[in-house]
Design a protein around this ligand. Structure first.
Ligand SMILES: Cc1ncc(C[n+]2csc(CCOP(=O)(O)OP(=O)(O)O)c2C)c(N)n1
Ligand SMILES: [Mg+2]
Length: 391
C-alpha cells in the first residue's frame, strides 16, 4: 500500500488542545495616550517631583541646542537632537533607581546625563572617539547604541541574569519607532516575556525614522499594541507630558521589580529638530505639522502646570534657565579644548592578545610618526611642538 492509498485512513495524533496562555484583554493599551498635565490627576502629583522634572527639562533643552551648535563649529562630529522629546528622556531616567540599568540609543544623551553621567563624557562617541567616554558601570548606563535596537536584547540579557542571581535590578531599554521594525526588537520582547525578565521597553515614537514616517513603518493599531503578541502589557503615554511619562514608567519599573515581567511603553512625541545636524527635515515634512507639535511643547506644558498651581514664578524660571546656561558654558569650554589623541591607541584593545600583523602595522605607524617628527624638527620646529597634533 502506498502512502497515497493510505491517506484516507490516516489519522494524525490529536494536537494539544489550544488555549490562550495569557488573557489578552488586560495587556491591551488604552485607546488614547495617558496624560497627567492639565488633568485632575496633576493635583495629586508630588510638587517636588514636578519641579525636579522641570529643572531637568530646561537643562535638556539647552543641552540639545548647545550640542547642535557645537556640530556647526566642528567641535562635535554629529548630534541627534532630542528637542521635543525631553519629557521622554527625563521622565524615564528619573523613574529608575540607582541600582537599575539604562540601555540608551544614540538619541538618548539627555537620559544618560540625567542618570549622572558627565555631560561632556556623554558626547565622546558622537565626537568620533574610539571609546565610550564614560564607565558604563559607574552609573549603570550602557553605551549609546547606534546600531538600531541592538541594545534591547542586551537589556533583556542583563535583566534576566540579574534575576537569576537574585539581584534587585530592573533594566530600561529605549528605542525609536523605526527600531521596532528590527529583528532585535522581536527577539528581545519575545525572550523578555517568555523569561518574565525585569525589563521595561520604552519606544519613543517621534513620528519618523529619519525621513520615513510612521505610516510607512507599521500598520499596527499602535506600537504599544505589539506588546500583546508577546504576552506583556502595552501602555500608551503622551511623551510630551513629563509627569505622565514618569508615572507610567515608574509603574512599569515597580511591576518588573515585583516579578511581574516586562512592559512595552509607547511614548507619543515628536522630533522638533532634524534627524541629526546632517539632515534637512524640510525635505520630507510640512512646517504646519512642526508648528502643531510646537504648540504641545513638553517644557511649556510643565511650566504652565507649575505656574498655574503657584509652584513656579518668574524667579524660579530664571533660576532654571541660569542653571542651564552654566551647564552650557561648561560644555562649550570643555568641547572647545582639543582632545589629546595618540594614533598608537588604534592598536590597543583590538584583541586580548595582539597578532603579528597588528604588531607589524604598529611598528610601521610608529616609524612614520617618528620620521614626521624628525622632519618637522629639521624644518625648524621646536622638538615636541607637534606633540599635541601628532600624538
Ligand atoms: C541596524 C541599523 N540599520 C540602519 C541604521 C541607520 N539608521 C540610523 S538612525 C535610523 C532611523 C531610526 O529611526 P527611529 O528608530 O525612529 O529613531 P529616531 O532616530 O527617530 O530616534 C536609521 C535607519 C542603523 N543605525 N542601524
Ligand atoms: Mg523615530
Amino acid at each position: 500500500m502506498t502512502v497515497l492509498e493510505q491517506r484516507g485512513a490516516y489519522r494524525p495524533s490529536p494536537p494539544p488542545a489550544w488555549q490562550p496562555r495569557t488573557d489578552p484583554a488586560p495587556l491591551l493599551p488604552d485607546a488614547e495616550p495617558y496624560r497627567v498635565l492639565g488633568t485632575e490627576s496633576a493635583a495629586t502629583t508630588d510638587p517636588g517631583l514636578l519641579l525636579r522634572l522641570y529643572a531637568q527639562l530646561v537643562r535638556g533643552r539647552r543641552y540639545n541646542a548647545q550640542a547642535t551648535a557645537l556640530t556647526k563649529q566642528g567641535r562635535l562630529a554629529v548630534y541627534p537632537s532630542s528637542t521635543g522629546q525631553e519629557a521622554c528622556q527625563i521622565g524615564a531616567a528619573l523613574a529608575l533607581e540607582d541600582r537599575d540599568w539604562l540601555f540608551p540609543s544614540y538619541r538618548d544623551t539627555l537620559a544618560v546625563v540625567a542618570r549622572g553621567v558627565d555631560p561632556v563624557q556623554a558626547l565622546t562617541l558622537l565626537r568620533g572617539d574610539w571609546h565610550n567616554g564614560y564607565d558604563p558601570y559607574a552609573h549603570r548606563v550602557a553605551p549609546l547604541s547606534t546600531p538600531l535596537a541592538t541594545q534591547l536584547p542586551h537589556a533583556v540579557g542583563l535583566a534576566h541574569a540579574a534575576r537569576l542571581k537574585g539581584d534587585d535590578v530592573v533594566a530600561l531599554a529605549m528605542v525609536g519607532d523605526g527600531g521596532t521594525s528590527e529583528g532585535d526588537f522581536h527577539e528581545a520582547l519575545n525572550f523578555a516575556a517568555v523569561w518574565q525578565a525585569p525589563v521595561v521597553f520604552l519606544v519613543q515614537n517621534n513620528g519618523f525614522a529619519i525621513s520615513v514616517p510612521l505610516a510607512k513603518q507599521t500598520a499596527a493599531p499602535s506600537l504599544a499594541h505589539k506588546a500583546v503578541g508577546y504576552g506583556m502589557p502595552g501602555r500608551l503615554v503622551d511623551g510630551n507630558d513629563a509627569a505622565a511619562v514618569h508615572e507610567v514608567l515608574a509603574e512599569a519599573v515597580r511591576h518588573a521589580r515585583a516579578g511581574g515581567g516586562p512592559t512595552l511603553v509607547e511614548a507619543v512625541t515628536y522630533r522638533l529638530d532634524a534627524h541629526t545636524n546632517a539632515d534637512d527635515a524640510t525635505r520630507y515634512r510640512q512646517d504646519t505639522e512642526v508648528a502643531a507639535w510646537r504648540a504641545h511643547d513638553p517644557v511649556e506644558l510643565l511650566e504652565r502646570e507649575l505656574t498655574e498651581r503657584g509652584l513656579l514664578d518668574e524667579a524660579g524660571i530664571e533660576a532654571a534657565r541660569q542653571d542651564a546656561e552654566t551647564m552650557a558654558a561648561s560644555l562649550r569650554e570643555h568641547m572647545n579644548r582639543d582632545p589629546e589623541l595618540d594614533p598608537m591607541d588604534l592598536f590597543d584593545h583590538v584583541y586580548a592578545e595582539t597578532t603579528d600583523q597588528l604588531r607589524e602595522q604598529r611598528a610601521l605607524l610608529r616609524a612614520e610618526l617618528e620620521a614626521e617628527q624628525e622632519q618637522a624638527g629639521g624644518a625648524g620646529e621646536e622638538p615636541g611642538a607637534r606633540e599635541g597634533g601628532a600624538r
